[in-house]
Write a protein of this length. Structure first.
Lengths: 497, 121
């Protein structure tokens, strides 16, 4: 038992990797699903065990192969990434039961096993990026998760899935290469790849190597922003989410962009923030401007979508804007709001995309005009959609309200009244696009095609209900979301120079 | 003059940046998907140079500790880039596989023709 306990950070990455290998050897979708299910259900236990260790005894550092850092690769878990690990692994565990039927319905039988193989590889990559304390190791995991994501998207039923996957591949590779350029410049400056070591060595040499350091920061920011779909680098996202298999969209929307956001926060606060006075650079102004653009432009585009999945994809771009707004504000309340929205948005978007996946499973369409009256025939599915939709708007009593509250407080702390008004105004746009769906789903008479539908099987309903319940639960009890986010924000801001 | 010498001294970076920009330009400017991938590959390859060139120290030997030598070249960038090359190969392979599938589905690998088809559909 002590062996397991001591090696938790490595197991977090190694177990899904082995799982991916095993699913690669099976040819049957059912076997592959069973492996993916077992692996996904083990992951949260490991993540929670590490989080518990962090909360009781402080950050964990794990030396891979017993090589002393900074020479060897170090896995480092503190409040911030412990929090992201719990999020990603729990979302995977909650939604994996829904995968079986949804995937069997949308994919050819011979592709099913590969789907689970790619999902587990993607999980490996995402957890790896989060757990590692090594800049280059993070790149390798970034590419593992990206390459498997391209395949997941390309497996979508429409031929446009291939095209969106290719476009994502081109943009994602440019992003990842920008990231390596940034890491390379940092390596040339400091001679080390360990993030904590980079931070401590960068400080003393920052003034005389200022241009090189800013170059590294710029490359890293643009590279990671491509991955997290920061406006205007989001153009790959709507098509990728719209044409990917429904379950893959739910998983990716809840995890992939969130992990990229984590990486950005890590570089801003734990690497550059520790080394230099980051306020001297215009980063936070740029961040806030782009976030506002995302919140308004992407929300407005979402209002005019006819495909519900695509609408939710644009909404994702807008919601990512709230998270980056928190990073831009960079004060206690603002950053807490950004961090807590990582969790809240993941839960709400997973609910919404799963609900849309369930609708597609029954109705074989996600075009808004063909979904009239679907709420009356699939009441539980659409109730979950409604709850998560209100969460997205930021209605009090849902998780979304908590994030926006903290963001607004963060803006007030800076004395920016206008920003508070803008946060509320952009939420009103969210109400419009969510409201359009709700109106069609609940208030219209069911069409003949919809009239014979019913709620999807339990394997899809249970994850939906659990996630919808979580949306409400985290709207009232914020100890585990905002509580930990606030502690992580204190630690991050406390480390700033 | 001093600046020029300084620039020429760092010719490895000039080559790197030239390759980087050519690759990126091809990705943006070409509509043919195979050409796009060639550009992408060039772009990635330029980064290999960015890492490897500074690892070499003139007069340095392999990093094996020996009293006869005092200057060593850094072997770490080579190891890192081996990993990056593998990633690059995987990306190119996956990209080309996608292009094959796109060609099967659309009958063309020109981006504008594909957009045309999707607009009609």
């Amino acid at each position: 038992m002590t062996v397991v306990w001591a090696n938790l950070p490595a197991l977090q990455v190694v177990i899904p990797l082995i799982g991916a290998l095993l699913t690669g050897f099976t040819r049957r979708g059912a076997t592959a699903f069973a492996i993916a299910l077992v692996v996904s259900w083990i992951m949260p236990f490991i993540a929670v065990a590490m989080m518990w260790q962090v909360l009781t005894t402080g950050p964990i550092t794990y030396h891979l192969g017993d090589w002393e850092p900074p020479w060897g690769i170090e896995y480092r878990v503190d409040l911030l990434n412990g929090f992201v690990l719990v999020l990603v692994s729990t979302i995977g565990a909650v939604i994996i039961p829904a995968a079986r039927r949804s995937v069997a319905f949308e994919l050819e039988e011979r592709h099913e096993a590969w789907f689970y193989c790619m999902y587990l590889l993607c999980l490996t990559g995402l957890l790896g990026i989060t757990v590692t304390g090594d800049a280059f190791n993070a790149f390798v995991f970034l590419e593992i998760s990206s390459l498997s994501t391209y395949v997941l998207i390309a497996l979508g039923p429409d031929r446009r899935a291939l095209l969106s996957s290719f476009q994502y591949l081109v943009m994602g590779t440019i992003g990842a290469t920008f990231y390596v350029i940034g890491v390379g410049v940092l390596y040339l400056l400091t001679g080390t790849l360990n993030m904590a070591d980079i931070a401590s060595r960068l400080g003393p040499i920052a003034t005389q190597n200022f241009p090189a350091m800013v170059t590294a920061l710029a490359f890293l920011t643009v590279g990671i922003s491509l991955k997290l779909a920061l406006f205007p680098l989001h153009v790959w996202l709507p098509n990728a989410y719209a044409y990917a298999p429904s379950w893959a969209t739910a998983f990716l929307a809840a995890s992939a962009t969130k992990v990229a956001i984590y990486l950005l926060i890590r570089y801003y606060f734990s690497v550059f923030g520790v080394a230099i006075n980051i306020d001297a650079l215009p980063m936070s102004k740029i961040m806030i401007a782009l976030s506002l653009a995302a919140m308004f432009i992407a929300s407005l585009i979402a209002v005019f979508q006819t495909n519900v999945k695509r609408m939710l994809a644009y909404s994702s771009v807008a919601q990512i804007g709230y998270i980056t707004l928190g990073i831009g504000l960079a004060n206690q309340a603002g950053l807490t709001g950004g961090l807590v929205h990582i969790i809240n948005h993941a839960i709400m978007k997973a609910t919404l995309f799963l609900a849309v996946g369930a609708v597609f499973y029954r109705a074989y369409t996600v075009q808004l005009k063909e979904l009239a009256g679907i709420g009356r025939r699939m009441p539980i599915t659409m109730a979950a959609f409604t709850i998560a939709g209100f969460g997205l708007v930021g209605t009090p009593g849902t998780a979304g309200f908590i994030s926006k509250w903290y963001l607004a407080v963060g803006a007030l702390d800076k004395g920016w009244w206008v920003l508070v008004f803008l946060i509320v105004a952009s939420s009103a746009i969210a109400l419009v696009y969510i409201g359009r769906v709700l109106e069609v789903a609940w208030l219209r008479e069911p069409s003949p095609a919809i009239a014979k539908l019913r709620d999807p099987p339990l394997s899809m309903l249970v994850p939906l209900v659990v996630l919808a319940a979580a949306t409400i639960f985290f709207g009232f009890d914020t100890e585990w979301t905002a509580g930990i986010a606030s502690k992580a924000a204190t630690a991050l801001i406390g480390g700033l120079r | 003059m001093e600046r020029l010498v300084h620039l020429i001294d760092h010719y490895n970076y000039i080559i790197t940046i030239f390759l980087m920009m050519s690759g990126l330009y091809i990705v943006v400017a070409r509509g043919n998907m195979v050409k796009k991938l060639v550009g992408l590959s060039m772009f990635q390859t330029s980064v290999y140079l960015l890492y490897i060139a500074p690892g070499k120290i003139i007069g340095g030997t392999a990093p094996i500790i020996d009293p006869a030598f005092a200057v060593y070249s850094n072997p770490l960038p080579h190891v890192l880039i081996l990993t990056a090359i593998v990633v690059g190969v995987a990306t190119l392979a996956l990209g080309l596989a996608l292009v094959v599938r796109i060609n099967e589905a659309y009958g063309t690998v020109e981006e504008d023709e594909i957009f045309e088809q999707d607009r009609d559909a």
